[in-house]
Write a new protein. Structure first.
Length: 277
């Protein structure tokens, strides 16, 4: 269980980022905390893993009576607002609430999980941001929804960016980079031009150099954490209120799941936040 000290100091808040060890599921000969329904795992294992995760989120009794709300994630900019436990899973990639007793969760195995809390309005959000969601500004839009529904001011928000695939490992095609540069003025800052191949400057195709002077690389490295942190700052959050995990899912497969490195047969982590019941 990974937690952020600044969020842990809020007495009515429950939050945490799950890790790989500690569950009853078996993957490649080891016991793992898989928190998503997958083809290789049994439903009863996932149910037990989720029970353990929720129980471990805080001191005894903190999570008693809280209901876990997990989305059917579709790599979108769809935001679901909850004031009660839904009858069925909502399709979307972010959830918000100001109701006690709901534990909002997003599942990841490389994508970026972001937890938001408004200490003044007692409102929370959980966001799943892959490259598509990041490109669609789902984080920025979630902050907008918190402002409209709860009166949250961005300067009051705290944000925790959890473990995800880092800029050291996340290769994307140049077509993805082109989409980012068309949407974000600082997009070139999201790409690591020093570690994407043998070219002297693989990002030269993004500038105004004459065609033919530098062949376009097949892939570039994208730092999704940096891109989402930039969205938080752009939305009005204070720099000191943003907490970023440096753990890379692809590098730390002893501790985390990575879809990119392990394929569809890996597990999923859960990042959750809620208001104590």
């Amino acid at each position: 269980m990974l937690q952020v000290a600044a969020l842990s100091r809020i007495p009515w808040l429950v939050h945490g980022f799950s890790t790989r060890p500690g569950g009853v599921s078996e993957l490649d000969g080891e016991r793992v905390l898989n928190l998503s329904l997958t083809d290789w795992d049994k439903r009863e294992n996932v149910a037990e893993n989720r029970k353990r995760f929720v129980s471990a989120l805080g001191a005894p009794g903190v999570t008693r009576g809280m209901e876990l709300v997990v989305l059917k994630q579709i790599h979108s900019d769809v935001i679901c607002a909850f004031d009660a436990l839904p009858a069925e899973a909502c399709k979307g990639d972010a959830s918000i609430t100001d109701e006690a007793g709901l534990l909002l969760g997003v599942q990841t195995a490389d994508c970026v999980p972001i937890l938001l809390v408004d200490p003044k309005k007692r409102a929370v959000a959980a966001v799943h941001a892959g490259w598509r969601g990041t490109l669609a500004r789902i984080l920025e839009k979630t902050i907008g929804q918190m402002h409209m529904r709860f009166g949250s001011k961005p300067a009051d928000l705290l944000a925790a960016i959890g473990p995800s695939i880092g800029g050291c490992c996340y290769e994307v095609g140049t077509e993805v980079a082109i989409q980012f540069t068309s949407q974000f003025a600082d997009a070139a800052d999201y790409f690591d031009e020093l570690r994407t191949g043998d070219e002297p400057n693989p990002l030269q195709w993004l500038n105004m150099m004459p065609p033919g002077h530098q062949p376009a690389p097949k892939n570039v490295l994208l730092d999704l954490r940096k891109a989402n942190r930039a969205q938080l700052l752009g939305a009005g959050l204070r720099d000191g209120n943003i907490f970023v995990s440096e753990l890379c899912t692809a590098c730390r497969r002893d501790l985390l799941f990575s879809y990119r490195k392990e394929g569809a047969g890996t597990g999923r982590m859960l990042s959750a936040i809620g208001i104590r019941a």
